[in-house]
Design a protein around this ligand. Structure first.
Ligand SMILES: [Zn+2]
Length: 111
């Protein structure tokens, strides 16, 4: 067993566990009962936690956790098409206007 995530927000904890399950990773939640039991803010040590059952899943699980924490936001800058000069959202693989692939754009396409 390896711990991959801990948060004071039990919703996050359950979300992560669900995402891991969907990805085929066996995971369990610990300490999730603390709130209802006492109705107090627990100490750091008793935050709900997500554990993966198999250590081999740990790295993959961490990747899923990090993706979740980023909230699906993409921090790459927008890119500008070299062919038609239109701006594209960073997560577009091809230009929305002329369908030129983003990887053909090369560095410095922003200027
Ligand atoms: Zn274009």
């Amino acid at each position: 067993m390896k711990r991959v995530f801990s948060s004071e927000n039990s919703i996050d904890v359950w979300q992560i566990r669900n995402l891991l399950e969907v990805a085929g990773i066996k995971a369990v939640v610990r300490n999730a009962d603390m709130y209802s039991a006492y109705g107090e803010v627990p100490f750091l040590e008793s935050w709900p936690e997500v554990w993966v059952e198999r250590p081999v899943d740990y790295n993959r699980a961490r990747g899923i956790v990090e993706e979740y924490l980023e909230g699906g936001e993409d921090h790459r800058p927008d890119w500008r098409c070299r062919r038609c000069r239109e701006w594209n959202d960073a997560n577009f693989a091809i230009c929305w206007n002329c369908q030129k692939p983003a990887e053909d754009q090369g560095p410095g396409s922003r200027s």
